[in-house]
Ligand binder design. Structure first.
Ligand SMILES: NC(=O)c1ccc[n+]([C@@H]2O[C@H](COP(=O)([O-])OP(=O)(O)OC[C@H]3O[C@@H](n4cnc5c(N)ncnc54)[C@H](OP(=O)(O)O)[C@@H]3O)[C@@H](O)[C@H]2O)c1
Length: 279
């Protein structure tokens, strides 16, 4: 029999900002909070660390690059909760500075995790979202800096208020193909796979909000994207200026938006404030 409790899921939460988002949800959300991660050992260590703080997160394995793993989580949530109230898509990877891989190889890997696999998680879990649920897709300020150096045609696609999911998928594919052909800049992109993937996440969130708003059977489902700021984590080689808890502030604000608010919806936020594409 499914529990009637509310439930939150955070991806890539065994460390870094995701870990701090789980910590914040455990303190502020009235429901079960799932710290998910690729590796059960690393995930359980993170759970133990939070338990020592008197918090009570739960663990579920989730490798967003593994369709079986996504399916297992979907089935689990369906059976145990028959729904989902908060989804924070935080898991991501960035360029490895010392990687011997070519730009094209790195681009494929980065876009796969950050864009395609995040989208796959959404596609699997969105049917479970209940009325008033909240989705936060963690993007980055790099979406804006990368956008600034794209061609006018690409910028127009990104900003198109009627853009469809197929169009943003195609844009991500075009970037991957341009990378393989060593023609990223010639084809109007900036040479940043991470930044491009985060454009994808930001535009994807905008489209998801617009589509979910049409679903009258599930009112008040809200999707936003955000930048956590420059945070000291493994991703930044601990050079970031914010702590992980400071980095979690905007994702937590969006995950805990009160019922029936008018805004933000389908927006991109930094420091709890809506930001638009740069001119
Ligand atoms: N740090 C910053 O300054 C900054 C700035 C802007 C945006 N962001 C964004 O904030 C989010 C968190 O970044 P962070 O700095 O906390 O990075 P991090 O410390 O490197 O943590 C990334 C997390 O994602 C997980 N992950 C990677 N691939 C995964 C997969 N296939 N399935 C499941 N989990 C996966 C990692 O798991 P493993 O430990 O198992 O590899 C880890 O838990 C990311 O979306 C990042 O792009 C960060």
């Amino acid at each position: 029999m499914a529990s009637s409790r509310h439930v939150a899921v955070v991806t890539g939460a065994n460390k870094g900002i995701g870990f701090a988002i789980v910590r914040g949800l455990c303190k502020q959300f009235d429901g079960d909070v799932y710290l998910t991660g690729k590796d059960e050992g690393r995930g359980m260590k993170a759970i133990e660390a939070l338990k020592k703080e008197g918090l009570n997160p739960l663990f579920h394995q989730l490798d967003i690059s593994d369709t079986n793993s996504i399916q297992n989580l979907q089935t689990f949530l369906q059976q145990q909760y028959n729904g989902l109230d908060i989804l924070v898509n935080n898991a991501a990877i960035a360029n490895k500075v010392d990687s011997p891989a070519s730009f094209a190889e790195q681009a494929t890997v980065i876009l796969k995790v950050n864009f395609w696999d995040t989208l796959a998680v959404c596609e699997a879990l969105f049917p479970l979202l209940r009325p008033h649920s909240r989705v936060v897709n963690v993007s980055s300020i790099r979406s804006a800096t990368t956008y600034k150096e794209c061609s006018d045609t690409i910028k127009a696609t990104i900003r198109d208020p009627n853009i469809k999911m197929d169009q943003i998928r195609n844009l991500m594919k075009e970037f991957e193909e341009a990378a393989k052909a060593d023609q990223v800049e010639e084809r109007g992109f900036r040479k940043s796979a991470y930044g491009t993937s985060k454009i994808g996440v930001r535009v994807m969130s905008f489209i998801q909000q617009r589509e979910l708003a049409k679903d009258t059977s599930r009112p008040d489902v809200i999707v936003n994207s955000c930048c956590p700021g420059y945070v000291a984590t493994d991703m930044t080689s601990h050079k970031g200026t914010k702590t992980i808890d400071e980095g979690a502030v905007t994702p937590l604000y969006l995950a805990l938006l009160p019922p029936n608010i008018v805004s933000p919806k389908g927006e991109y936020l930094s420091e709890n404030t809506i930001e638009h594409w740069p001119s």
